[in-house]
Design a protein around this ligand. Structure first.
Ligand SMILES: O=C[C@H](O)[C@H](O)[C@H](O)COP(=O)(O)O
Length: 260
C-alpha cells in the first residue's frame, strides 16, 4: 500500500506520524482540517485501535469530525473540552517565525478558534509550504453572506494602503455557487503575492464589517513538523529555538492507508 503514496503524501504522512507522538493519554486534542491533518487523524486512530490510547479530539470541521469518528477517536466539542492541551493542523504556508496562512480548505474560522484555545499549536507540513514571505498562496478571508460585495470593496480599499503587491480578491466558488463554510459564510481569496506586514494586515482585515476571520495565524503556532518524501522529518520549536531531525518509517497497517 505504501508504495502507492506519492512523495508529497509520504512527506505529509511522516510529518503527521511524528506529530502524533506528541499526543498523550488523557489529552484534549484539537484536530485540524485538510489532507495533512487527515493523515494525523488516521495515525491517531491507529493509536486508539492498536495501542488502546485514550484521548478526546475536538475537530475543526465536519469533514474532520466524520473521519475522526470513523477511525475510532472520541469526538467532543470545544465547549465540552473548554481548553485543549494541543492542536495539530496543516497549513497552506508558514514563514520563519511560524506565522501561517490557513484556510485553503475553508476551515480557518474553527481552526483559529481551536488553535487559540490550546496550550500549544503544532503545524504539520511538507517542505513546499515553507516561504520567505507569506502571500503567494491566496489569503482566505471568511465573510458573512449578507452584503459580501460591500465587505469585498472595503477590503480592496484597505489593501490599497497596505504593503501588498496584489489587490485582486475573488469569491471562492463551489461549482457554480458561492462556497459555503461550516458556519454558513463565504470566503474571499485575496491574491496578494507577498504580504509585507502580516501582523498589521490581520488586524486591518478583521476591522472590516462583515469579515468574520482571516487566514493569517500570527504568533499562534509553537512548533512545525516538516516532512520530506524520503521519510525525514524536521521539528522546529519557535519558543525553545530548537531544531530536531529524524527519519520515520512507512511500515503501517493497510487500514491506515485505505482511502478514507
Ligand atoms: O482550511 C483548511 C486548512 O487551513 C488546511 O489545514 C490547509 O488548507 C492545509 O491543507 P493541506 O494539508 O490539504 O495542504
Amino acid at each position: 500500500m505504501t508504495g502507492e503514496l506519492s512523495p508529497i503524501d509520504k512527506a505529509k504522512f511522516v510529518a503527521a506520524k511524528r506529530a502524533a507522538e506528541f499526543v498523550e493519554d488523557g489529552m484534549r486534542v484539537g484536530l485540524g482540517t485538510g489532507s495533512t491533518a487527515a493523515w494525523l487523524v488516521r495515525c491517531l486512530g491507529e493509536k486508539v485501535r492498536e495501542e488502546g490510547m485514550r484521548f478526546r479530539g475536538v475537530p475543526t470541521s465536519t469533514r474532520t469530525a466524520e473521519l475522526a469518528r470513523e477511525v475510532g477517536i472520541e469526538v467532543i466539542t470545544l465547549d465540552e473540552a473548554r481548553w485543549l492541551d494541543i492542536t495539530i493542523d496543516g497549513a497552506d504556508e508558514f514563514d520563519a517565525e511560524l506565522n501561517l496562512i490557513k484556510g485553503g480548505g475553508g476551515a480557518l474560522l474553527q481552526e483559529k478558534i481551536v488553535a487559540t484555545a490550546s496550550d500549544q499549536m503544532v503545524v504539520i507540513a511538507d517542505a513546499a509550504k515553507e516561504v520567505g514571505s507569506l502571500g503567494a498562496f491566496p489569503l482566505p478571508v471568511e465573510v458573512i453572506p449578507f452584503g459580501w460585495t460591500a465587505s469585498q470593496a472595503l477590503i480592496e480599499e484597505a489593501l490599497v494602503s497596505m504593503d501588498v503587491m496584489g489587490r485582486k480578491t475573488t469569491l471562492r466558488m463551489d461549482g457554480d455557487k458561492a462556497y459555503v463554510t461550516d458556519e454558513g459564510n463565504h470566503i474571499l481569496d485575496l491574491h496578494l503575492s507577498r504580504i509585507g506586514n502580516p501582523r498589521e494586515l490581520a488586524l486591518v482585515l478583521n476591522q472590516v464589517p462583515g469579515v468574520v476571520e482571516n487566514g493569517l495565524f500570527i504568533d499562534i503556532c509553537d512548533r512545525v513538523v516538516i516532512g520530506y518524501g524520503d521519510g525525514r522529518v524536521e521539528t522546529r520549536d519557535i519558543n525553545a529555538g530548537t531544531v530536531e531531525e529524524e527519519t520515520m518509517d512507512f511500515v503501517e497497517s493497510d487500514n491506515l492507508f485505505r482511502d478514507v
